[in-house]
Design a protein around this ligand. Structure first.
Ligand code: ZN
Length: 145
C-alpha cells in the first residue's frame, strides 16, 4: 500500500468510526430518501433540509460496510451549507470519479477524494455511491416515504 492509499484508508476509517451528522430527525421540513444495496447489505437513509436554495442540513442513518457508511458521513460534511446547485454538481463529480468516468477535477472533493480508488473494484462502486444517489433524490423535491 502506498502512502496515498494509506491516507485514504485512514480518512475512510475515521468517518466510519466517528460519523458526522448521523441520526435522523423528526422534522417534516426534511426530504427523505432510502436506498438499499442488496449485494452488500448496505442500507442508507438520507434526510436533507433545503431552504432558500441552500442545503441547510443533511442527516444520515443506516448500516452496511465501511465504504457505504463512511461515505454518507463524508457527503454530509462536504455538501452541508452549500447552494443546492453546487451540492448537486459536486455530488455528480464524485459519482463520476468513483465510477471511473471523467469528472471536473477542479472541484474540491476534500475527504471524498479518498474514494477515488473504488473504481478499481466494480463491486464496491455501488457501496460508495448509494448515499450520494439518496442525497440527489432528496433534492428532487418529492417527499416520498
Ligand atoms: Zn457496501
Amino acid at each position: 500500500m502506498n502512502r496515498m492509499e494509506n491516507l485514504y484508508r485512514q480518512i475512510i476509517m475515521e468517518h466510519y468510526k466517528n460519523p458526522r451528522n448521523k441520526g435522523l430527525v423528526d422534522d417534516e421540513r426534511y426530504n427523505k430518501s432510502h436506498i438499499r444495496n442488496p449485494s452488500c447489505g448496505d442500507d442508507v437513509t438520507i434526510q436533507t433540509l433545503v431552504e432558500g436554495g441552500e442545503v441547510k442540513d443533511i442527516r444520515h442513518e443506516g448500516s452496511g460496510c465501511s465504504i457505504c457508511c463512511s461515505s454518507a458521513s463524508v457527503l454530509s460534511a462536504l455538501l452541508k451549507r452549500r447552494p443546492v446547485e453546487e451540492a448537486q454538481y459536486i455530488s455528480t463529480q464524485y459519482v463520476n470519479m468513483v465510477s471511473g468516468q471523467s469528472y471536473d477535477t477542479d472541484v474540491e472533493l476534500e475527504d471524498a477524494e479518498a474514494y477515488q480508488g473504488v473504481k478499481q473494484f466494480p463491486a464496491r462502486i455501488k457501496c460508495a455511491t448509494i448515499a450520494w444517489q439518496a442525497f440527489e433524490d432528496t433534492l428532487g423535491g418529492d417527499d416520498d416515504e
